[in-house]
Write a new protein. Structure first.
Length: 505
């Protein structure tokens, strides 16, 4: 297969919001307990946080981290996680059939974020709770005026506000599995009331209203329209959530997942803009893609059925997917898709971070290691700077059962003051691709010739090769042999089922 394109910085999509490289930490399984927090681990300090995990999270480069859920937040009392640890209640977490010890709460998590260098994005419970509790949390977190709540915060060790900028108005309220699941009309009214009240307290916050839990939800489209009809004036973002998995060993179909994500974003944007049109408004609601990943959800659903009614374990091994090379290529394509929509996707959160459908795994008392998906994330977060630019590649296509003809190559570039980075995925399961990218317009715009200064390819002949405790470095990235620029043309050979990043400067 051959493929060619011109890289012209005038084909700009948008400046990249760094919040596109966000993550997500939920009280779920071994994410917090026996994940980021493991008192007694050789690398843990007096605060109980594992330093080896902190180093890997920093290397991953996540910017904003959504917390504390997920499904968990819809039954969570945030007050359970503050104050003296010995007095914090143990509670049943109905979302994941586990016991929550509350040894990590808002203060501890912020302290961890300070070490990691990421910003907090908070979700409020609109499942079992409502506007008053959201206001209490906002006052506790963001107010500097002396009140009962802020005095309590100071007594708990934090004089200055947490100053949380982004807030999610609940989680996946369209899902039947969600505590407090509601109709679009009921949720829209609650979200609007809560948003208005929160803004009266702190007008500087940005608010995310719940969109659909996936594009396959029976209410998809209608949900967004109706929820936005109630909340259009009150919110800045609408959320999208999407998880993908390989079904029935059909790698080629799985490799078309990026098409679904692109359609999802475009249809949500069209719906939001329809609501704007009806209101004769020029306001643009942005997308917060605040849960996305590869997740073998069907495995978890089978596992969940084995739980006995009296079984409420602390930090069980839940959702511990082991990612292979194929998963990482699809994952890299999802990141390309987010960048291709950088004009409207202004925030995104990889779900999740440690142990739970995560790029980082840990063993209690043992090591931490990178899953295959770690590499496309960390490299994209580091190299995708400046502005996202279209790469109109002409390539062969393959036939997808769901999407018809799908381009075998998918690419985006980012351009900054020093140079540019190309991100490209070869979705073909059979054919390598000889790529030719004409860099002349870019070189002219930058006023200098470009050369390859860094390249990374993720490809394995064995698509199912993975990293694990017993072999933590089996899969990684390596430089793309032969990638070079001559006469302002980048040439590179992309193996089948591969993800590649090429830095030009
Ligand atoms: O990320 C795992 C779960 O997926 C989240 O708790 C929920 O929001 C979604 O269904």
């Amino acid at each position: 297969m051959t493929a060619s394109a011109r890289l012209d910085p005038r084909d700009e999509i948008a400046g990249i919001d760094r919040r596109l490289f966000g993550g997500f930490v939920e009280h779920l399984g071994r994410h917090i307990y026996d994940g980021i927090f493991e008192p007694g681990h050789p690398s843990a300090g007096s605060d109980g946080f594992r330093a080896d995990v902190i180093e890997l999270v920093k290397e991953l480069g996540v910017t904003t981290i959504r917390y504390p859920g997920g499904n968990f937040v819809s039954g969570y009392n945030w007050e359970d996680g503050i104050g003296p640890k010995a007095e914090r209640p143990r509670r049943l977490d109905l979302a994941w059939h586990a016991t929550e010890t509350n040894q990590v709460g808002l203060h501890e998590f912020q302290a961890w974020l300070d070490r990691v260098g990421s910003d907090l994005m908070l979700a409020v419970n609109l499942g079992t709770r409502g506007t008053p509790e959201a206001l209490d949390l906002l006052e506790y977190a963001n107010t500097s005026v002396e009140t009962a709540r802020t005095t309590e915060r100071a007594a708990n060790g934090r004089e200055s506000p947490f100053a949380v900028k982004m807030w999610c108005l609940g989680n996946e309220m369209d899902g039947f599995w969600q505590l407090g699941h509601r109709s679009a009309a009921d949720y829209g009214k609650l979200a609007s009331r809560t948003a208005k009240a929160m803004r009266m307290l702190d007008p500087s916050i940005e608010l995310v209203v719940c969109g659909s839990s996936s594009r396959t939800m029976p209410t998809f489209g209608a949900w967004e329209r109706e929820v936005l009809e109630h909340t259009f004036d009150d919110v800045d973002f609408i959320s999208c959530h999407a998880y993908y998995q390989e079904d029935d060993g059909n790698a080629q179909e799985f490799l078309a997942s990026g098409v679904d994500m692109a359609l999802f974003i475009e249809q949500v944007v069209a719906t939001a803009d329809h609501v704007a049109a009806v209101r004769q408004s020029d306001k643009r609601i942005m997308v917060s893609f605040d849960e996305w990943n590869v997740w073998y959800m069907s495995r978890w659903q089978e596992e969940a059925l084995t739980y006995g009614p009296d079984e409420w374990p602390v930090a069980p091994r839940q959702l511990e997917d082991r990612y292979n090379a194929l998963d990482a290529v699809v994952f890299g394509d999802l990141m390309i898709t987010l960048l291709q929509h950088a004009d409207r996707v202004r925030s995104a959160s990889l779900a999740q971070l440690v142990n739970v459908i995560a790029p980082i795994m840990t063993e209690p008392g043992g090591p931490a290691w990178r899953q295959t998906t770690f590499f496309p994330f960390s490299i994209t977060a580091r190299l995708a700077q400046g502005r996202a630019v279209r790469v109109p590649l002409e390539s062969a296509s393959f036939r997808s059962e769901r999407f018809g003809d799908v381009a075998a190559l998918n690419a985006v570039a980012t351009v900054d003051d020093e140079g540019a980075t190309l991100f490209v995925v070869n979705r073909s399961t059979t054919d390598a691709a000889a790529l030719r990218l004409d860099l002349a317009p870019l070189a002219a715009a930058l006023g200098r010739e470009l050369r390859v200064v860094e390249s990374h390819v993720l490809h394995e002949d064995d698509l199912y090769a993975a990293n694990a405790l017993e072999d933590p470095e089996r899969v990684g990235v390596r430089p793309l042999d032969g990638a070079a620029v001559a006469a302002s043309v980048l040439t590179a050979d992309l193996p089948p089922v591969s993800w590649t990043a090429v830095r030009l400067a």
